[in-house]
Design a protein around this ligand. Structure first.
Ligand code: GLU
Length: 528
C-alpha cells in the first residue's frame, strides 16, 4: 500500500528548475534523523555526511534526532550503533541524542506530550479527525475497492468523527475504543516542494491520502507528524535526506501549511539513490553479500536473528577512505580531483553539484581510495599492526626494523590487514619454499651459482647501503658473465620462500648480512 501511494505520487510529479540559494537569514541547522530499526545502511551514512558538510560549510548546527516512534520496528542497540559508526567516521554533531542541547529531548519517544499538543492543535483547527475503522474493516474495504484511498472522496463512507455523529464519537471514546488521528487533506490544492537538487516538484493534494498522524493505542505519533513538529520546533533550516523520502515531502509541505508554519518551513534536498554496482535498482544488503562487500559502516550483530554483518571498519577500511568514497557518490566537485580531506569537502561541497540520478556503488573504487589513504599513513602509525602480529608469535624485533619493513611493502597493501602478510618474511625465515617457484626458478646450475654468490656476499662488509650492494653484486655478475636473473630469482626464493617482495637489495639491507647468508645457506641445503 505504502509503495503504491509512493509510486502514484512519483508519477504525478512534474519538475521545473528551481534556483534557490541558501542566502536565507536563518541560521543553518540540519538534522540527521535515523529510525533505530537496525544497522545504519551505507546510504544513511552518506545522508549524514552531506548534512554534516553542509552544516559545517555554513557555520551551522548538525543535530542527531532519533525517530523511534514506531515501536514495532524498534531494535535495541541500533541507536548506539549509529552513534558509534558516525563517530568512527568523524561525522560530528553539535546537538542531539548523547550530545545534549537546548531542544532536548532529541529522542522522539521522550517527546510524547509535545506531539499530543500539536495533534490537538490540528484537531481543533479541523485539519485532522479521529478514525475508528478497525484493521479488519480497512482490509475489507481495500479488498472490495481496487486502489482504495482514504481521502475526501471516501472518508464519508468510513467510520470516523466526520461521518459519525458527535454523540457516537463521544460514546466510542468513553468506551475506550482505539482510534487513529488522520490528517484531513483538502483536495484540489497545489503543492510545490522546492527541492534544492530537483527543482520545484508540483503535485495536486487530491492524490494524497488522509495519512495517519497519531495512534491512540500507544499514544505515539507517526513518522510524518513527529518529523514535521520536530523540524519546526528544532528550527531546522534544511532537510537533506534520501530520495526515498521524496514521496513524503508533499504531505510535509501541506502539514506546514495546516500548522501555519510555512514561513519557517525548511528547504528540502532529496539525495539520489545508491544503486547496485551491477544492473539497476537500489543497493541492498543482498548485493553486498552477493558481491562480497560491506553495506554497513561497522560490524552489526542483529540482536533478533543473531546474524553478524560485516562493516567497513572491521574489513580494514580507513575512515578517510570511506568518507572520500561516499562524498563522491552523488556529488562531484566539477574538477578531476578525487582525493579530498574532510576540510576540503566542507569547503567544496554544494547541493547544486549533487545529481538527481542514482549513483552506482562502485566497490572497486572504495578499495582504491583505501589504498591511497593507506599510502598516506606514516609507517610509524601502521607499526602497531605488525608489532601485534610479532607479539602474538613471540618474535622480538626493533621498532626501526618494523617501520622499515612497512616502508618496503606498503605500496602493495590495500588494507592494514595486508601488511603482515606482505612483510612477515622479514621477521620469519622461510622453512619451506614454494613448489611452483622452485620448479620455475631452481635450475641445475642454480646451486653452483648461489654458492658463488654466497662467497661473494661474504666479502661485503655490510648491506646497509642498498645501491652499493646492488652495484657490487651486479658488477660481479657481469664480470663472471652470469645471467643476472639466473642468480637473482633463486636468491629471492631463498630469502622470501617464494617469488614475491620488494627490490632484492632492500630485502638484504633489512635482513642484514648475517640473516641473508644464513637463509641462503639453509635453502642450499634444503632445496633439492
Ligand atoms: N526517520 C527517517 C529515516 O529513518 C527520517 C527521514 C527524514 O530525514 O525525514 O530516515
Amino acid at each position: 500500500m505504502m509503495v503504491i501511494v509512493a509510486q502514484t505520487i512519483m508519477s504525478h510529479i512534474t519538475i521545473s528548475l528551481f534556483h534557490s540559494s541558501v542566502m536565507t537569514q536563518r541560521r543553518v541547522r540540519v538534522r540527521f534523523a535515523p529510525s533505530p530499526t537496525g544497522a545504519l545502511h551505507i546510504g544513511g551514512v552518506r545522508t549524514a555526511l552531506y548534512n554534516y558538510l553542509f552544516a559545517k560549510q555554513h557555520g551551522g548546527d548538525m543535530v542527531l534526532r532519533i525517530e523511534d516512534t514506531d515501536s514495532a520496528r524498534f531494535v535495541p542497540g541500533a541507536e548506539d550503533y549509529i552513534i558509534e559508526s558516525l563517530a568512527w567516521l568523524g561525522i560530528q554533531f553539535d546537538e542531539g541524542v548523547s550530545f545534549g542541547g537546548k531542544y532536548a529531548p532529541y529522542r522522539q519517544s521522550e517527546r510524547k506530550e509535545v506531539y499530543q499538543r500539536y495533534v490537538k492543535q490540528l484537531l481543533d483547527a479541523g485539519k485532522a479527525y479521529l478514525a475508528f475503522d478497525t484493521p479488519a474493516q480497512l482490509e475489507a474495504k481495500r479488498a472490495a475497492v481496487p486502489n482504495f484511498q482514504y481521502d475526501a472522496s471516501t472518508r464519508a463512507e468510513m467510520c470516523n468523527s466526520l461521518s459519525l455523529s458527535a454523540d457516537e464519537v463521544s460514546e466510542r471514546l468513553a468506551r475506550g475504543e482505539q482510534y487513529i488521528v488522520r490528517v484531513k487533506i483538502e483536495p484540489h490544492e497545489d503543492i510545490v516542494v522546492h527541492d534544492l537538487i530537483r527543482g520545484d516538484v508540483h503535485i495536486q493534494s487530491t492524490i494524497l491520502d488522509d495519512k495517519a498522524l497519531y495512534k491512540s493505542a500507544d499514544n505515539l505519533p507517526t513518522y510524518h507528524l513527529a518529523n514535521i513538529v520536530d523540524d519546526h520546533l528544532m528550527e531546522i533550516s534544511h532537510v537533506i535526506r534520501g530520495e526515498e523520502w521524496l514521496p513524503s515531502a508533499p504531505l510535509h509541505v501541506l502539514l506546514y501549511r495546516y500548522f501555519g508554519w510555512e514561513e519557517t518551513m525548511p528547504q528540502f534536498a532529496h539525495l539520489p539513490l545508491l544503486l547496485k554496482p551491477d544492473g539497476n535498482g537500489k543497493l541492498s544488503k543482498r548485493d553486498g553479500d552477493r558481491l562480497g562487500f560491506p553495506v554497513f559502516p561497522i560490524e552489526w550483530h542483529d540482536p533478533g536473528s543473531g546474524e553478524k554483518s560485516s562493516g567497513y571498519r572491521e574489513a580494514g577500511y580507513l575512515p578517510e577512505a570511506v568518507i572520500n568514497f561516499l562524498a563522491l557518490l552523488g556529488w562531484n566537485p566539477g574538477t578531476d580531483q578525487e582525493l579530498f580531506t574532510m576540510d576540503e569537502l566542507i569547503r567544496l561541497f554544494s547541493l547544486d553539484r549533487c545529481s538527481k540520478s542514482g549513483a552506482k556503488f562502485d566497490y572497486e573504487k572504495v578499495k582504491w581510495f583505501n589504498h591511497k589513504y593507506l599510502q598516506q599513513q606514516a609507517n610509524s602509525v601502521l607499526a602497531p599492526y605488525i608489532a601485534a602480529e610479532l607479539a602474538e608469535r613471540g618474535i622480538a624485533s626493533s621498532p626501526q626494523k618494523i617501520v622499515a619493513a612497512i616502508g618496503a611493502i606498503k605500496e602493495r597493501a590495500t588494507f592494514t590487514a595486508d601488511l603482515w602478510e606482505l612483510c612477515a618474511f622479514f621477521f620469519v625465515a622461510p622453512v619451506t619454499f614454494n613448489e611452483k617457484d622452485i620448479q620455475k626458478r631452481w635450475k641445475e646450475e642454480t646451486p653452483e651459482l648461489l654458492h658463488a654468490l654466497l662467497e661473494k656476499l661474504e666479502t661485503i662488509d655490510s648491506f646497509d647501503d642498498i645501491e652499493a650492494t646492488e652495484n657490487d653484486v651486479k658488477t660481479w655478475c657481469q664480470a663472471r658473465e652470469y645471467n643476472l636473473g639466473a642468480v637473482m630469482n633463486p636468491f629471492r626464493l631463498t630469502l622470501v620462500g617464494e617469488m614475491k617482495g620488494p627490490q632484492i637489495f632492500v630485502i638484504t639491507q633489512l635482513l642484514g648480512k648475517h640473516e641473508t647468508v644464513k637463509r641462503l645457506r639453509y635453502a642450499l641445503e634444503t632445496i633439492k
